[in-house]
Design a protein around this ligand. Structure first.
Ligand SMILES: C[S@@+](CC[C@H](N)C(=O)[O-])C[C@H]1O[C@@H](n2cnc3c(N)ncnc32)[C@H](O)[C@@H]1O
Length: 414
């Protein structure tokens, strides 16, 4: 706790107001914690770095695509592979792929375009028999979240047939990997009052796995984006493998750093009226900056409804990580306008923010490319998760970069 100081001390040393420190914390730019006197305390070096991003010339650009040249002998079966965010990050961490599956032709073509030697299978997961992959090291899948009809009873494996989680669990059952990683949106925590996640965890536990899960904030893992993902790790009970999660970094990466020298590319355009309206919004701002007549025109009935709607007419800020990218950069509720130019982010800018390298091409129409990128797990986050998987298999954590998962899920798994 030696380098942690109170909000008042921090504000004084840095030369900003206490409100500014609190605002930075609320925005997820710095991380506060409670000391033993229950005061909120901050890491001075971390706050200084954010201050420099706003007010100074940061000496280094923290944006980089993480990659190790050292390959391991471990193999992954990748389900719901999409445009390859998870797959590329895993590969960059040293893992190898035995097979990748998706049923979306554009996504599979994207992976084939970039990694022609990878074994991609373009098929509906429901039609794949996984038994031939028995004993592989890792199964990974960002299964799409679907409601189970719970009706107050404990659902068994067969009761969830037809959902993509069933297919993920069927693969785990058929393959019996040493470890699996499931990945989903944060919303799964509260989905159906928590019952959906309960069912998922209970069924995976019954398949013979010890399980830990955690919500991971991408902005603390070398990703210039405030994207949260729920990550579930399971290790085969009899192997007694430890479980590690990536340790949060004490720095963030901003949109300015991510978009420096971004190559020109295709992208959506605004209508001329929308461009006129968006021209009133400053970096980091949203609809509240419009004159009232334009607020009414742009927002329509939403103007009269409650709630902040801070995603409407939103222009990204240069000095923060981006807001979560969705499948389209110009949706009314989740606008992602370029910080300076009055236009949606281009495809390549989208890819930068998801930490795809500039040479990772995408196939399909412009909207398909945005969708593939918006659906992905950020490549750098997948890199850190891949490193944890390797350390779990080797029972050797790098404690500077990883934390041992010690909190048992609150839910009773039996
Ligand atoms: C959230 S995306 C996965 C993103 C990927 N993990 C990445 O990092 O790029 C979910 C993927 O599941 C695929 N999918 C959905 N239903 C499927 C099915 N029945 N069979 C195969 N793939 C499916 C979709 O095409 C989509 O690409």
């Amino acid at each position: 706790m030696a380098n942690l100081i109170t909000v008042t001390e921090t504000a004084k040393i840095i030369g900003v107001s206490i409100d500014t420190i609190r605002r930075w914390e609320k925005k997820g730019l710095i991380r506060g914690q409670r000391n033993n006197l229950n005061y909120r305390v901050f890491n001075l070096a971390e706050v200084k770095r954010v201050h420099d991003k706003f007010f100074g010339e940061p000496e280094i650009n923290n944006y980089r695509i993480l990659k190790t040249n050292k390959k391991t002998g471990y193999h992954v079966l990748e389900l719901f592979a999409g445009a390859g965010g998870t797959a590329l990050g895993f590969s960059n961490s040293g893992l190898n792929h035995t097979m990748l599956n998706d049923f979306d032709p554009d996504s599979i073509n994207t992976i084939r375009k970039n990694k022609p030697l990878w074994n991609t299978v373009s098929a509906d997961i429901r039609d794949i028999n996984f038994k031939k992959f028995k004993g592989i090291d890792i199964v990974e899948g960002g299964f799409p979240c679907q409601a189970f009809s719970y009706a107050g009873k404990k659902l068994g494996f067969k009761d969830i047939r037809g959902t993509m989680f069933f297919e993920f669990a069927r693969c785990v059952k058929e393959v019996q990997p040493k470890i699996f990683m499931g990945e989903n949106v944060r919303g799964l925590l509260k989905h159906d009052g928590g019952k959906t996640l309960d069912t998922i965890l209970r069924l995976l536990y019954k398949l013979g796995y010890n399980i830990k899960f955690r919500v991971i904030k991408s902005q603390y893992h070398d990703v210039p984006q405030k994207r949260e993902r729920l990550v579930i790790f399971g290790t085969k009970k009899e192997l007694r493998l430890p479980i590690f999660f990536p340790r949060e970094k004490n720095y963030i990466v901003t949109v300015k750093e991510a978009l420096a020298d971004c190559p020109k590319s295709i992208g959506q355009e605004y209508t001329s009226r929308k461009k006129e309206i968006m021209g009133h919004v400053k970096p980091g701002g949203y609809w509240k900056e419009l004159p009232v007549n334009l607020q009414k025109e742009y927002m329509g009935s939403s103007f009269y409804m409650g709630g902040g709607k801070t995603g409407m007419a939103r222009r990204l800020s240069w000095d923060e990580p981006s807001l979560t990218l969705t499948c389209n950069p110009a949706q009314k509720q989740t606008e992602r306008c370029h910080p300076k130019e009055t236009r949606p982010l281009t495809v390549r800018e989208y890819a930068r923010i998801q930490t795809f390298p500039d040479n990772w091409g995408f196939t399909g129409t412009v909207s398909s490319q945005y969708r593939q990128i918006g659906n992905a797990l950020p490549v750098n986050l997948a890199y850190h998760l891949g490193k944890c998987l390797i350390a779990m298999l080797e029972k050797k954590p790098d404690l500077r970069a990883m934390e041992i998962a010690n909190e048992t899920p609150k839910r009773k798994l039996s």
